[in-house]
Design a protein around this ligand. Structure first.
Ligand SMILES: [Zn+2]
Length: 45
């Protein structure tokens, strides 16, 4: 299942819930990102 993450409250939102209104049901934020894009943290030694 495709899920987005709210940029504001960082809650996961199922893509289905964003079909009609692209607004976060939790905080009303309008910026989302896909948690799929995992960023590897690289520590500089
Ligand atoms: Zn939110």
């Amino acid at each position: 299942m495709l899920t987005y993450k709210c940029f504001k409250c960082e809650k996961k939102i199922v893509a289905k819930n964003l079909e009609k209104r692209f607004v976060c049901p939790n905080c009303g934020g309008k910026i989302f990102y896909k948690p799929r894009t995992k960023v590897k943290k690289v520590r500089a030694v």
